[in-house]
Design a protein around this ligand. Sequence first.
Ligand code: COA
Length: 135
Amino acid sequence: MTVVLQWRDPFDNGEINALHAEAFETRVFDESEWNWVDLTAEHSLGWVTARSDEGVLLGFVNVLWDGFIHAWIQDLMVLGSVRHRGIGVRLIESARDQAKLAGCEWLHVDFDDELRGFYLDACGFKPATAGLMEL
Ligand SMILES: CC(C)(COP(=O)(O)OP(=O)(O)OC[C@H]1O[C@@H](n2cnc3c(N)ncnc32)[C@H](O)[C@@H]1OP(=O)(O)O)[C@@H](O)C(=O)NCCC(=O)NCCS
């Protein structure tokens, strides 16, 4: 299967909400609840899509930033049926390259312990201490 990655590829809310529900095991949100097109346009440095050669959305990652030298990985997701084929790592590598091209010097991510192998070993992030506060 050919998987095509694209930076700032147009997408529609239906396909991304379906992928999100499958990847994070939630219900499928309606675009009136979660409008990814509007939110990414307003808040993201960009995003990367992974599509099959038929155009089916297989994976996605959102890249937030501070407008200067820091970028953050958010909402990385790969369809369950195509996991463990390297798509997640390719999405992160593309996000990293695009953030660097935009002038960013640091790429941040936070994750649960179970994903240490993915982010630290497979993607090459260095471990760092971080803080989180529920609002
Ligand atoms: C995490 C996720 C994006 C990985 O996508 P993927 O395309 O399967 O990842 P890759 O094939 O590039 O993985 C490369 C390596 O990373 C490691 N890895 C991948 N998924 C992992 C997981 N869930 N737990 C631990 N290690 C993992 C493995 O070593 C893997 O190599 P292998 O396939 O030979 O075992 C995918 O499992 C997913 O969408 N999960 C649900 C959503 C989620 O948790 N997103 C992250 C939020 S922080």
